[in-house]
Design a protein around this ligand. Structure first.
Ligand code: IMP
Length: 180
């Protein structure tokens, strides 16, 4: 089994690139089907979702645009419960739009709970969430439950494929889970 050491912690390879590609194609197929004939706005959440957003968006066959927001809720390896909006969207970009948030991982749901309300307050017509992974056991907000999910995972810290630990490991081509 392949392992990686970062910051004195051991992470074990859990999902390989081919498996992840399959999840992303499934999510794209569902969105292409559900939004057929419409032009939803995709909103990628930086930094973590940039790899998932690029892979997902290239599989979208709708006549859509993508924009990015930058939010921060995590301080190294734990959720702070506070959201900082480091890069936002203007009301004119959001008003009247069907929005699909593209998030790397929904953990406690604090970030998505905040963002759904924020985008609705800015006049979005509808807001749905697509994420690469979610940790159902950690979810604390019902309205943050993602609509499109690559994979439900255990409530353990993961790195790789956009997921970081202190900014590192985003470039790994597979997902690795913290060894207990
Ligand atoms: P939430 O607000 O608690 O749902 O946390 C969401 C954000 O925390 C995600 O966008 C990630 O940036 C980060 N995050 C949560 N769990 C993990 C993890 O296991 N690995 C890396 N980042 C994570």
């Amino acid at each position: 089994m392949k392992t990686i050491e970062i910051d004195g912690k051991t992470f074990v390879e859990t999902f390989d690139a081919e498996t992840i590609t399959g999840w992303i194609q499934n999510v794209a197929n569902q969105i292409n089907h559900d939004y057929e004939g419409t032009d939803p706005l995709f909103v990628g959440i930086l930094n973590g979702a940039f790899i998932f957003a690029a892979d997902l968006f290239r599989r979208i066959t709708l006549n859509s645009r993508i924009q990015f927001m930058r939010l921060r809720s995590y301080d190294n390896m734990s959720s702070t419960g506070q959201i900082q909006e480091l890069l936002g969207l203007e009301d004119k970009d959001v008003a009247g739009k069907d929005i699909i948030i593209v998030e790397d991982i929904v953990d406690t749901g604090t970030t998505m709970h905040y963002l759904k309300k924020r985008l609705k307050d800015q006049g979005a017509k509808s807001v749905k969430i697509a994420c690469l992974c979610t940790k159902p056991e950690a979810l604390q907000f019902e309205d943050a439950k993602p609509d499109y999910v690559g994979k439900d995972i255990a409530n353990l810290y993961v790195i790789g494929y956009g997921f970081d630990v202190d900014g590192l490991a985003r470039n790994l081509n597979a997902i690795y889970t913290l060894k207990k």
